[in-house]
Design a binder for this molecule. Structure first.
Ligand code: BES
Ligand code: MN
Ligand code: ZN
Length: 478
């Protein structure tokens, strides 16, 4: 983790300084002092058309006049809020040249600002270089909160703890499928459980069958690597609520016999983003010692078209006894989630939240940056509130009763496909059949789980979407 310190005088240690600038080029006292010492700055900002609009940033050399090698100005828009601070810190972390210690005033003036700074710097500094010969990780080791308090430092550490969780999810998502078989991922989960003191149960392929997890078993039939189901438990003595989280863990989605076209497969190592979010959120919740009981359930398998693969027309019996006719083997996420949700519902939690890269249709509806939020009324309200304060974008979607007939099957209780339109709703209608009467919310993260280009604190590739919302939800339940 980065180190965070509070100081009034960072001159001796910081290589760089990051200051926010309000729209219309409104400087804080630090920015004013800098601009007085750098007389050419105003002209430079004119040329760069830097006005302080949110999203803008300018990196300038400090020269001899100020004690910093580098000065970074980041636009904060008309008013700074927590998300603008996170983004500004992320932008700064991504645009800073080599430097070990950064001073900043970004945390000042907004309650919770220090946590946003810790989170933004941690997320923005992320790189995935494991498989590069030339590794260029961020060099930022220390962030100095100018005029900060001890509370600010604690807040920044909290933000960085959450950021480390998101970055763990990113690492798992960015890892190629050949390096994350279900068994390997289960080993990673075991290591996490040992590290932070979580309970863990790992079901192997035989137990998956004997426990009646017919959806997970069915999807795994075409793969040589055997499936696993991981259940992580966090049970603090002072727990004030019980949350269950379920994550889709398809380590590679080829589509199965309903094979995807080659270009659609390119990103399908990321189809375990839901499971990655669950692992990372469990670790983070334990590290933050939140007083809430949490169980995390992740069905893990590849979806492959091997000789014993699931066929269109096959019927699977899910853990809760209901049957599903598989008409398209590429609609596999809902099959494994059906088992995961059934297991979660059996434990009678106060709330179930599932996170899944479930449908291409949600990308059509909401684009690449916003997740679809489905489920029961009170549950979705809670998740929407948590997502809002965590800074993840979700949008409430409907689950109309009269759409249930879209998934009627001629031979089983339901089918895993739907009508031509409303694919994300049809998938959610199926999930709903497996939560019993437990309040439930489903996040379809097929869009925001991956970024096609980097911006502010989000790097290109796996984003770790969902971790922050789950952690915030656990915080709000406690
Ligand atoms: N993993 C995909 C959904 C997906 C698509 C995630 C693109 C991220 C980016 C899912 O398993 C899938 O293939 N869904 C199908 C369902 C269809 C066959 C009913 C889809 O959305 O096309
Ligand atoms: Mn699929
Ligand atoms: Zn999938």
């Amino acid at each position: 983790m980065m180190e965070f310190r509070a100081s009034t005088d960072a001159v001796a240690i910081a290589d760089a300084i990051v200051v926010g600038v309000g729209e219309g080029r409104v400087f804080d006292p630090k920015g004013t002092a800098l601009s007085e010492k750098l007389p050419w700055l105003a002209k430079h900002l004119d040329d760069a058309e830097f006005t302080g609009k949110a999203g803008q940033s300018v990196v300038v050399p400090g020269g001899e006049a100020v004690p910093y090698k580098t000065v970074v100005l980041v636009g904060m828009g008309p008013t700074a809020d927590l998300e603008r601070i996170r983004r500004a810190a992320g932008t700064a972390a991504r645009s800073l040249p080599k430097c070990a210690a950064v001073a900043t005033t970004l945390h000042l003036g907004v309650s919770g600002g220090a946590e946003a700074v810790g989170l933004g710097f941690t997320l923005g500094a992320y790189t995935f270089t494991k498989h590069k010969s030339e590794k260029k990780p961020s060099t930022i080791a220390t962030v100095i909160l100018l005029e900060g308090s001890a509370d600010d430092v604690a807040g920044a550490v909290r933000g960085a703890t959450i950021g480390d969780g998101v970055n763990l999810a990113r690492d798992l998502i960015n890892e190629p499928a050949m390096g994350k078989s279900p068994a390997t991922l289960a080993d990673r989960a075991t290591a996490i459980a040992t590290e932070v003191g979580l309970g863990i149960r790992v079901l192997d392929e035989k137990q998956i069958e004997s426990e009646g997890l017919g959806g997970l078993r069915g999807v795994s039939l075409g793969a040589d690597n055997p499936a696993r189901l991981v259940e992580l438990r966090y049970e603090p003595k002072n727990a004030r609520g019980f949350l269950a989280i379920v994550g889709k863990g398809i380590v590679f989605d080829s589509g199965g016999l309903s094979l995807k076209p080659a270009d659609s497969m390119e990103t399908m190592k990321t189809d375990m983003s839901g499971a990655a979010a669950v692992f990372a959120a469990m670790r983070t919740i334990a590290l933050l010692k939140l007083p809430v009981r949490v169980v995390g359930i992740t069905p893990l398998t590849e979806n492959m078209p091997g000789g014993s693969a699931l066929r269109p027309g096959d019927v699977l019996k899910i853990r809760n006894g209901k049957t599903i006719e598989v008409l398209n083997t590429d609609a596999e996420g809902r099959l494994v989630l059906a088992d995961g949700l059934s297991l979660a519902a059996e434990q009678k939690p106060d709330l179930i939240v599932d996170v899944a890269t479930l449908t291409g249709a949600i990308q059509i509806a909401l684009g690449e940056k916003i997740a679809g939020l489905f489920g029961t009324e009170a549950a979705t309200a809670k998740v929407a509130a948590a997502a809002e304060s965590a800074g993840e974008r979700v949008w409430r979607m409907p689950l109309p009763d009269d759409y249930r007939k879209n998934i009627d099957s001629d031979v089983a209780d339901m089918k895993n496909t739907g009508t031509k339109y409303g694919g994300a709703i049809n998938a959610s209608m199926l999930l709903k059949e497996f939560v019993g009467d437990v309040p439930w919310a489903h996040l379809d993260i097929a869009g925001p789980a991956r970024a096609t280009e980097a911006e502010h604190y989000i790097p290109k590739g796996g984003t770790g979407f969902g971790v922050r919302t789950i952690v915030e939800l656990a915080r709000q339940m406690s």
